[in-house]
Ligand binder design. Structure first.
Ligand SMILES: [Zn+2]
Length: 135
């Protein structure tokens, strides 16, 4: 009795079949804008956009609060690279109000992003000048 029934797979066989399955690990994230609309910093933290344009006073407050500052000087989305200001240099900007150009010829913006860990990132695009570091 039971001699013709199929034997249950052994543990070794289960492990082997699991290994053969295609990997579901996501590809390593590249820094910058992601196709799903998030933004990834140099440490691999993922940020979601909160507001695409905040004023200088709020940007200053965020910097004083320890936000990471990312500058996209030409506003192309980072194709030619971002400049990163963090740590003490970023905090120093918390004592200066950024100038965000808003004219026909020059448009700057400061976007507010937040990670799931609650950290803040400011994405400066195009015509923004701020302290000695940016502008
Ligand atoms: Zn560019």
């Amino acid at each position: 009795m039971g001699s013709g029934s199929k034997k249950a797979p052994s543990f070794a066989e289960i492990v082997a079949s699991t290994k053969a399955a295609p990997s579901t690990d996501p590809a390593p994230l590249r820094v910058g804008h992601q196709t799903n609309g998030t933004f990834v910093d140099r440490d691999g933290h993922v940020y979601s956009l909160v507001e695409d344009s905040i004023d200088g006073a709020r940007a200053q407050a965020a910097a004083a609060d320890g936000a990471t500052i990312v500058w996209d000087p030409c506003g192309c989305g980072g194709a030619c690279g971002f400049q990163w200001i963090d740590g003490t240099a970023a905090r120093r900007l918390g004592s200066v109000t950024p100038k965000i150009a808003d004219t026909k010829r020059r448009q700057g913006s400061v976007g507010l992003w937040q990670s799931d860990k609650g950290t803040t990132l400011l994405l400066l695009e195009d015509a923004v000048s701020w302290g000695n570091e940016i502008g």
